[in-house]
Design a protein around this ligand. Sequence first.
Ligand SMILES: C[S@@+](CC[C@H](N)C(=O)[O-])C[C@H]1O[C@@H](n2cnc3c(N)ncnc32)[C@H](O)[C@@H]1O
Length: 276
Amino acid sequence: MGLLLTDETFKQLRDFIYERSGIFIPDNKKYFLENRLGRRVQERNLKGYEDYFYILKYGADKNELVRLFDLITTNETFFFREPQQFDVFGGELLRRVMDENTKSKRHDIKIWSAACSTGEEPYTMAMIMLEKPGVNAFRKEIYASDISESVLNSAKAGVYGSYSVRNMPDVYIKKYFTNTNQQYLISPAVKSMVRFMKVNLMDERDARTIKGVDIIFCRNVLIYFDDKAKQKAVSLLYDALSPNGYLFVGTSESLHNVTRAFKPVVINKVIVYQKV
Ligand SMILES: C[S@@+](CC[C@H](N)C(=O)[O-])C[C@H]1O[C@@H](n2cnc3c(N)ncnc32)[C@H](O)[C@@H]1O
């Protein structure tokens, strides 16, 4: 017989997940938690969701919280996702940042992929930077972070299936991957440019470790948050940016109604949010 998730325990779990991650699960999505957590409750030989909630909330072993984040996050991603944004990043924006940083005598360019999942987004940025004339004169720092440890481990391994690379121009596959048995291994040159770290966008202490960033990608994660959590995450991203820095959110996302701290700038029909 399947496990029963009562409305009361659903609400307790849902509120706990929201407090810890910003991920908001509405009343009509009880099935989402059953799908994601049911197997874990059984794996741990627990009597029910009540015991699972108790372990999360009061247990000394924080590993269960780590597992929870792995289970409740949606990690869909691929190389060159939303390519218009990468065109703007590799074209106009990197040019602007190089000009600005040269004027202010900075020798580095700092980029942050703030919900990087399995790494396709920051590795795409790294390859674009390697291809961009002039960028070599700068020290390149690409931070890539996520709340889920399991995706960060995959990202660090840098091995991908054909789904992940399906949108990538052939020249990049040939130049930056080793391809064996339908597996694509990212080259050490690209891998070494990206620093992976665990950052929960709801945790000020985590987010404050990253500062003075020129461009942030925070795409396809705010959709899982409610307005209050979006505001919190975006204000942490704002603080991490250098003056006049840029923020990309997903093409289906918007900061309208979330913050007025950024100026929307349109470049080749793509909206980028600039810190003002
Ligand atoms: C759909 S993926 C987006 C990946 C990539 N940015 C893209 O657009 O292809 C969303 C990612 O956000 C992460 N995430 C969810 N809540 C988070 C939080 N509070 N802090 C940091 N990352 C979070 C998830 O673990 C997941 O890997």
